[in-house]
Ligand binder design. Structure first.
Ligand SMILES: [Zn+2]
Ligand SMILES: [Zn+2]
Length: 207
């Protein structure tokens, strides 16, 4: 299972970084990563990648992630079989968990030692997406994987969500495409959602 997990996460982390970079450059974005942050960024992405490999392996072993699709041919077939409704519910729960966690780490008790680093820059670039404390990175992982207990997905369904969300997470740290999260970096107490502003609208924190 570990090889399968390694393959899935290499596609997630490598693919999303590549997609985000290409889209950013297509929209003629300038700075993708701040030179002074490269070391922390590499450390964080390496940790996230390795932790994700361990988590994915455990989920595959326990059939919470199923259907290992290793060939393009199989993947194409499985795309047709994707359960869109279940993927939607997964995303909804993930957004809710992240929204809750994000509001909690903005509380003065936690802010300084968990979330302050991520808010160092008022104006953001895509590389700031994972410029954060290790605790915060683990909270992001927690938000992304916890819904699997309620909605087990195929490895392909989960991988698609993760690539989409990871790519969006980089791009949301810029003003191209979507400025929801860059507004959060400017005003702090609005737009806590990961990507879809559903819970910001429900709880009155949308801007
Ligand atoms: Zn951010
Ligand atoms: Zn924040």
């Amino acid at each position: 299972m570990i090889f399968c997990s390694l393959q899935i996460n290499t596609q997630i982390y490598g693919g999303s970084l590549l997609f985000a970079f290409i889209i950013f450059k297509l929209f003629q974005g300038s700075i993708f990563i701040r030179n002074e942050n490269i070391q922390i960024l590499l450390r964080n992405i390496l940790f996230l990648y390795l932790e994700s490999i361990v988590i994915t392996d455990a989920l595959l072993e326990n059939q919470l992630l199923y259907d290992k699709t290793n060939t393009i041919e199989k993947s194409m077939q499985k795309y047709e079989d994707a359960n869109i409704q279940k993927m939607g519910l997964y995303i909804l729960l993930m957004e809710f968990i992240y929204y809750t966690v994000h509001r909690i780490i903005h509380h003065r008790i936690f802010y300084k030692w968990i979330h302050k680093q991520h808010h160092e820059n008022y104006s953001v670039v895509p590389g700031d997406a994972f410029y954060s404390s290790l605790i915060e990175n683990n909270l992001i992982l927690f938000s992304c994987y916890l819904p699997i207990l309620a909605f087990p997905l195929s490895a392909l369904e989960h991988k698609s969500i993760m690539i989409f969300y990871n790519t969006s997470f980089y791009l949301s740290h810029s003003d191209i495409v979507y400025n929801h999260h860059s507004i959060h970096h400017k005003f702090h107490h609005y737009n806590y959602s990961l990507l879809l502003p559903i819970f910001d609208i429900i709880f009155g924190t949308s801007k």
